[in-house]
Design a protein around this ligand. Structure first.
Ligand code: HSE
Length: 432
């Protein structure tokens, strides 16, 4: 059988991991694929000393790969929207299948890319774009094909999870742990992508489209970061039986699709609450199967390379056939369901209200809650710390419409006794 020829663009962390795993396990990979596959060409700005490229053609021009008549599959592992987008579109225009790990590219330009691929009859595969080595795209598009997905919630940024885990385990400050995450190489080139939830929103956008058969709508994702979480919030949450995780949540409601990334209190007994460090997990609730969870490394050279190679094998099996899984799982992606504004979302809340320690404050806070028809579920107030005049009042509420909570927070912040902006963290029961 004719070999499937692969051209690899990018030899950085994921590129080198892919190259090395592929060459190490090539015999089993080809036996599983049922046909020979070989990396024939590599395009890279500079060679990676961990990769022995002596038996492949090496170039610094990615368009030599996309236009090489011998190449069947172009693998894009450069990242970003610039050259990566040009090379993906050029590969498609030249009739090549594409494999990419580029979450930002798929989340922002995926509709255009998939349209071009469908017109040309080629596949664009992107397993490695979400949760690194975890085969969550395959699970959603294929393993759960029988289900209506009700909701999914994921820890899909390892850097953020590492920071929150260190803050909880060691009482460390946000800024201090972020610096360490950067030194360890976990963070994106621009770490605000990690800590402000943009990287997670890219991944959530992709998961929501596959779960619900909607177009990719990154611009409608609500995104809130973890930089304002304090060690005190982590510790109060723990006292109340919760962990704070930076979650991506998407849920189908009668009014539309929720699409949101924000710090979230979740009950400590949930399996996903115990996913720590740089690890990722995605919890999916299907109507037939119930809750299922997918857990593992969300980044890393060989772990992400594992997903890239899975796509190469899938695509190699499709070469010369017309039997591909639809790009976003649904062959028909038309739907009336809008993505909801965050003000239309209903969740429970953790509130930290810094107050003066004086008579009647608790009653005023309770009055605001009562006017907003917000049901208080739990409350903590400690004695003021030595030398302090203010006391934090911690409330957990029953689920309430976000708009009503916003109104209540405005009223709380207008009280003379409230000394700082109110800290609000949404809560999810994740109980199926
Ligand atoms: N910066 C990302 C993370 C890498 O921390 O999860 C993988 O997308």
């Amino acid at each position: 059988m004719k070999p499937v020829n692969v051209g690899l663009c990018g030899l950085g962390t994921v590129g080198s991991g892919t190259f090395n795993v592929f060459n190490r396990n090539i015999d089993d990979i080809c036996r599983r694929a049922g046909r020979p596959i070989r990396i024939t060409t590599v395009a890279a700005k500079s060679l990676n000393p961990s990769c022995d490229t002596s038996s492949v053609t090496v170039t610094d021009d990615v368009f030599k790969v996309t236009r090489d008549p011998e190449v069947d599959v172009v693998v894009e592992l450069i990242g970003g929207y610039g050259i990566a987008k040009d090379l993906v579109l050029d590969a498609i225009a030249n009739g090549k299948h594409v494999v990419t790990a580029n979450k930002a590219l798929i989340a922002v330009h995926g509709n255009e890319i998939f349209k071009a691929a469908e017109e040309k009859g080629v596949t664009v595969a992107y397993e490695a774009a979400v949760a690194g080595g975890i085969p969550i795209i395959k699970a959603l598009r294929e393993g759960l094909v029988a289900n209506q997905v009700n909701w999914l919630a994921g820890i899909i940024n390892g850097t953020g999870n590492f920071i929150l885990t260190e803050m909880r385990d060691k009482g460390r400050d946000f800024a201090d742990v972020l610096k360490e995450a950067q030194e360890l190489g976990y963070a994106e080139a621009d770490p605000t992508f990690d800590v402000e939830g943009i990287d997670a929103a890219h991944k959530l956008t992709i998961l929501a489209s596959i779960a619900f058969g909607i177009p990719l709508q990154f611009e409608k994702a609500y995104t809130e970061g973890i930089s304002k979480i304090t060690p005190a919030d982590v510790s109060y949450a723990e006292e109340l039986g919760y962990r704070i995780k930076h979650l991506g949540v998407t849920r189908k409601t009668e009014k539309g699709i929720e699409l949101r990334v924000h710090p979230t209190l979740i009950p400590e007994k949930r399996l996903i609450a115990n996913v720590n460090g740089v690890l990722n997990a995605v919890l999916v609730e299907g109507d037939a199967v119930g809750p299922t969870m997918y857990y593992g490394p969300g980044a890393g050279d060989e772990a992400t390379g594992s997903s890239v190679i899975a796509d190469i094998v899938d695509v190699a099996r499709e070469v010369e056939t017309e039997h591909a899984v639809p790009h976003l799982g649904f062959a028909d992606r038309t739907t009336d369901l809008p993505v909801l504004d965050i003000e239309d979302v209903v969740t429970g809340y953790y509130l930290r209200i810094d107050c003066k320690d004086e008579v009647g404050v608790m009653a005023k806070v309770a009055q605001v809650m009562s006017e907003g028809e917000i049901n208080i579920e739990a409350i903590i107030q400690k004695e003021p710390a030595e030398g302090e005049k203010d006391v934090p009042l911690i409330l957990l509420t029953q689920p309430v419409l976000e708009k009503n909570m916003n109104d209540a927070i405005v009223k709380l912040e207008a009280l003379d006794a409230v000394t700082n902006p109110v800290t609000r963290i949404r809560m999810e029961a994740l109980d199926g």
